[in-house]
Every structure is written in structure tokens, then in C-alpha cells.
Design a binder for this molecule. Structure first.
Ligand SMILES: C[S@@+](CC[C@H](N)C(=O)[O-])C[C@H]1O[C@@H](n2cnc3c(N)ncnc32)[C@H](O)[C@@H]1O
Length: 275
């Protein structure tokens, strides 16, 4: 029986374990998803009335017939992960997941922009550089970058967004699409969460889209958005629906009955942009 550091593993255990290492291919799923969202596959299936063959998709998406085998691979990868459903008739249908990618003009909108953000090259590339960043300094190379994101882009997320207006619009559109979706669910589906609250602060609220949705739905709740001064200066609308406060959440959070933290994930920030 093979042995490692005194632990014995059976051959069947090792065979099963080798399957775990196929996680190295995990990016195929996310890149297939990126491809389908960029092509607008969910919208194409929606336009065809809810189901489409590969030939239908080629026509809807104006793709060359020679691309059919690759499109089949993309759709099968996504059907295997539940993004689309593949019928025995060879037709692909929407699942709950891909229904969220359809832009049917409703107020909830599509989650396509938010989905594309997570797989956008400026955010994927630092992940490819994680090992190099961890090694930086130890091997004599530059060790001043505080994150892999900074090593890749020469600045943190906010620096990069500040100097790239196209990326900044893409980033803001993505977060706005996420906010539309989440707040629609939160306000229509869980309105009781807001009962008894007289004030709410949206910490790291950027444009305040989430706080504005709460303020519009519950006029009795006084909503405040806290974000960094450069963000508040650039984005704060002056219509009075919510208050905007410029500051650092690590130093001060305006007092309120409830705190809303949306897409403020330390783990992601640690990996991408922050110390
Ligand atoms: C990923 S965005 C999320 C924005 C918004 N909550 C949303 O979901 O659309 C994170 C926000 O946190 C803000 N932020 C980062 N560090 C902060 C700090 N120390 N104090 C206040 N805001 C901060 C950023 O400026 C940015 O607007």
C-alpha cells in the first residue's frame, strides 16, 4: 500500500484523490460561463421561447457553423453545472441560474454584468499571480506590492478604477446589477427584515444604490451611505433621498439601528486589492 509521511492510502483512495486534483480544470466552468454570458446565450434561448438547439443558437448568435462543436462543449459544460438544462431532444433550456442572465427589461434586470465582473481579466490575472506575489521578496524580486492585485496592476483596485474610466464603468454597472437583484429580493421578499428600523447605514455603499432602494421603499427609514471621500465626492447624488458621509469605516461608522454591508468581503479584498 502506498505511503506518505507514515499515512497509508489505498490505491482506490489515491484514484479517487486524483479526481480531486482535477479542480485544476475548474476554470473551464467559469470561462464557459463567461463565454455564454458574453455571447448572450440566455437571452437567445429566451428569444426562442425558452428552448433552443445548438443550430438555433448558432443562428441567434450569428456564429459560423464551423463553431458548432465548440459551442456544444460550452453548453455541455454549463449544463453539467446547472446553468442550462440539456433535454433528451438536444434542446437547451433555461434553469433558475440562467434565467437570472436574461435581460427582459424588467426592473430587476440581468445579473450578466455582475457575473462578467468576477471573470474579467483584470481580476483573474492577479489570481494567476498569487504564487509569484507570495514568493516576492523571498526570491529577491520586488516585494513592495501589498497584494497580488497591486503587483499585477501597479496600484490597488481604487487606483486602477480611478485611472481607467472604462473599467470603472464596467465595475459600477456590475455592482449596480447585483444591487438591483439583491435589493429586489430583500425588499419584496423579506420586507419584515426592515420592520422596526428607523435608521440604516450602508457601509461602503458607493453610489448608495442599496440604501436608495431601501429609502424609496420605506420612507420612514433614514438612510445614510458611508464611503471613502474620493468615492462620495464622485458619485453622491444631491437629491436628498439618502445622506452621504465621507469617511473610513475603520475609523467611524455613523450610528444607526442597522448596518448594511454589501459586497464588502475581506477575503476577496485581501486577495485582490487591500492589505
Ligand atoms: C465592492 S464595492 C461595494 C459597493 C456597494 N456596497 C455595492 O454592493 O454595490 C466596496 C466599497 O467599499 C468602499 N470602501 C473600501 N474601503 C472603505 C473604507 N475603509 N471605508 C469606507 N468605504 C470603503 C469602496 O470605496 C467601495 O465603494
Amino acid at each position: 500500500m502506498p505511503q506518505c509521511n507514515g499515512t497509508r492510502f489505498s490505491r482506490s483512495e489515491l484514484l479517487q484523490a486524483s479526481v480531486e486534483l482535477r479542480h485544476a480544470l475548474g476554470y473551464v466552468k467559469s470561462m464557459a460561463l463567461r463565454c455564454a454570458v458574453k455571447l448572450g446565450v440566455a437571452d437567445a434561448i429566451h428569444r426562442r421561447g425558452g428552448s433552443a438547439s445548438l443550430e438555433d443558437l448558432l443562428a441567434e448568435l450569428s456564429l459560423d457553423a464551423s463553431r458548432l462543436p465548440c459551442l456544444r462543449g460550452v453548453m455541455r459544460a454549463l449544463a453539467a453545472s446547472g446553468v442550462f438544462a440539456e433535454g433528451s431532444d438536444g434542446e437547451y433550456r433555461l434553469t433558475a441560474a440562467s434565467s437570472l442572465l436574461v435581460d427582459d427589461g424588467s426592473s430587476r434586470g440581468s445579473l450578466a454584468p455582475a457575473t462578467l465582473l468576477f471573470v474579467a481579466p483584470p481580476f483573474v490575472t492577479p489570481m494567476l499571480n498569487l504564487a509569484e506575489w507570495l514568493l516576492a521578496g523571498a526570491d529577491g524580486s520586488d516585494s513592495t506590492a501589498t497584494t497580488a492585485f497591486e503587483m499585477t496592476h501597479g496600484g490597488d483596485l481604487w487606483d486602477v478604477l480611478g485611472r481607467d474610466a472604462v473599467l470603472s464603468d464596467f465595475f459600477n454597472d456590475a455592482l449596480a446589477s447585483d444591487t438591483r437583484f439583491v435589493m429586489d429580493i430583500a425588499i419584496r421578499g423579506s420586507a419584515q427584515v426592515f420592520e422596526g428600523i428607523a435608521s440604516l447605514v450602508d457601509v461602503g455603499g458607493a453610489t448608495g444604490a442599496a440604501a436608495r432602494a431601501v429609502a424609496a421603499a420605506f420612507r420612514s427609514i433614514k438612510c445614510t451611505v458611508l464611503d471613502l471621500p474620493q468615492v462620495i465626492d464622485a458619485v453622491a447624488p444631491v437629491d436628498g433621498l439618502v445622506d452621504y458621509v465621507a469617511g473610513d469605516m475603520m475609523e467611524f461608522v455613523p450610528p444607526a439601528d442597522a448596518v448594511l454591508l454589501k459586497v464588502i468581503s475581506k477575503t476577496v479584498y485581501l486577495l485582490l486589492a487591500f492589505k
